[in-house]
Design a protein around this ligand. Structure first.
Ligand SMILES: [Zn+2]
Length: 394
């Protein structure tokens, strides 16, 4: 088969792909429903085996699906996951046709549509190329930051030459049959630190006997928000704050969580250090009772690397855009705020792009839907891109 025959080849498999998508969407694979996620993984493994691929179990619950022939070609890693954000006792459980090619269901866009696009693109590359090395990693818990496979991503196990994330292709506006879809060349990193400020509680009628943790918290928040540097892609926000026990009490304790985003790892590390310095400084003191405010708890709840914009990422994007143009697909390069597992892979040094999955809208909500004809077409785009990387590199 050659690349120009891909469209026809996909056409023949449409009913298979659609039937498989329905089966996967109707299986509940909420992250915390580990039995459901594992059942999804077993089903995926059987399907991949039938297609002639080799399966490796990673860290007990994740899967690496491999299509390898010969040893002359660069290794292309597709990134996907099995879990969704929809619990089994919730209201959003089934695949449903909305008409005109639109379908909705839990995980249909994030990421089961993309996962199957990856599988069929791998199958296509086996038909197109004489030698190839295409693999797909499928995380069991991406929606909570892939805690049990994160280390695997960031060490040399990856050893891939290129990585392609199968997160949804983001429509630049309402999802319609002609809307532009974004291919992601950059994702910002994300950090979150929860902390507790302690001072000294007293009756509000005798404030000289206390020291207000709310005041001490307010001073910190002002300093933290001064760290925002939008032109450098750094944002900092205290999004949750609690403190005090009644209007009539000088608050003895207050807690908050500060989150921050950054385009470059170096900025992330510098911002984290500045935040910790601000939190640990002393702001107010009551000499009468010899008490100063202090931070007694400081927990880093997240510190995820960014997928940095690099020359090699942009070269991968160029290939996608060239292939999209050839196929007549509306695709535009975009940066995204949110993280995905491509962030971890990118940190390992592998040139990476993301957003090559199904055209989706309303992901993580009960309106999550995709436009099926475009998803089918995008298997062509994905397979052509992998084939170009396989044959030409960048
Ligand atoms: Zn996802």
């Amino acid at each position: 088969m050659n690349v120009s025959e891909l469209g026809q080849w996909i056409e023949i498999q449409l009913s298979d792909i659609e039937a498989t998508l329905i089966e996967f969407v109707n299986m509940n694979t909420f992250t915390a429903n580990e039995v459901g996620v594992d059942a999804g993984m077993d089903k995926l493994s059987r399907l991949a085996e039938e297609m002639g691929f080799v399966i490796e179990v990673i860290n007990g619950r994740h899967r690496l699906i491999k299509a390898i022939k010969g040893d002359s070609k660069p290794r292309v890693l597709l990134i996907s996951h099995m879990d969704t954000v929809f619990p089994p006792d919730g209201e959003f459980l089934e695949y449903e046709e909305l008409g005109d090619g639109f379908v909705q269901g839990p995980g249909v866009g994030d990421i089961k549509g993309g996962m199957l696009m990856g599988l069929w693109a791998m199958k296509a590359v086996c038909e197109l190329a004489d030698e190839y090395n295409v693999q797909m990693i499928v995380s069991a818990n991406e929606e909570i930051g892939s805690p049990t496979i994160r280390d695997w991503y960031m060490n040399e196990n990856i050893n891939a030459d290129f990585a392609i994330g199968l997160e949804p292709g983001f429509p630049q506006g309402e999802l319609t049959p002609t809307v532009d879809l974004g291919v992601v060349y950059q994702r910002r990193g994300y950090g979150a630190i929860r902390f507790k400020v302690e001072a000294k509680a007293s009756h509000s009628g005798t404030p000289h006997l206390g020291l207000s943790a709310i005041e001490a918290m307010a001073q910190r928040i002002i300093k933290l928000h001064e760290l925002n540097e939008w032109d450098k892609g750094i944002s900092v926000n205290v999004g949750i704050m609690q403190g005090g026990i009644s209007p009539n009490t000088v608050a003895g304790e207050a807690t908050a969580t500060v989150s921050f985003r950054y385009e470059r790892m170096a900025d992330g590390e510098a911002t984290k250090a500045k935040i910790e310095e601000i939190l640990q400084a002393e702001y107010i003191r009551n000499e009468e009772i010899s008490v100063s405010d202090r931070v007694t708890e400081m927990v880093t709840e997240a510190f995820i690397p960014p997928m940095e914009k690099t020359d090699k990422n942009m070269k991968m994007v160029d290939i996608v855009l060239e292939e999209a143009k050839r196929l007549g697909h509306p695709v535009v390069p975009i940066a995204r705020g949110g993280g995905s597992d491509a962030n971890f892979v990118s940190k390992s040094g592998t040139p990476s792009i993301c957003g090559m999955g199904a055209p989706a809208q309303g992901i993580h909500t009960t309106d999550e839907k995709i436009y099926l004809p475009m998803m089918f077409e995008r298997i062509d785009l994905l397979a052509s891109t992998i084939y170009r990387l396989t044959e030409e590199g960048i």
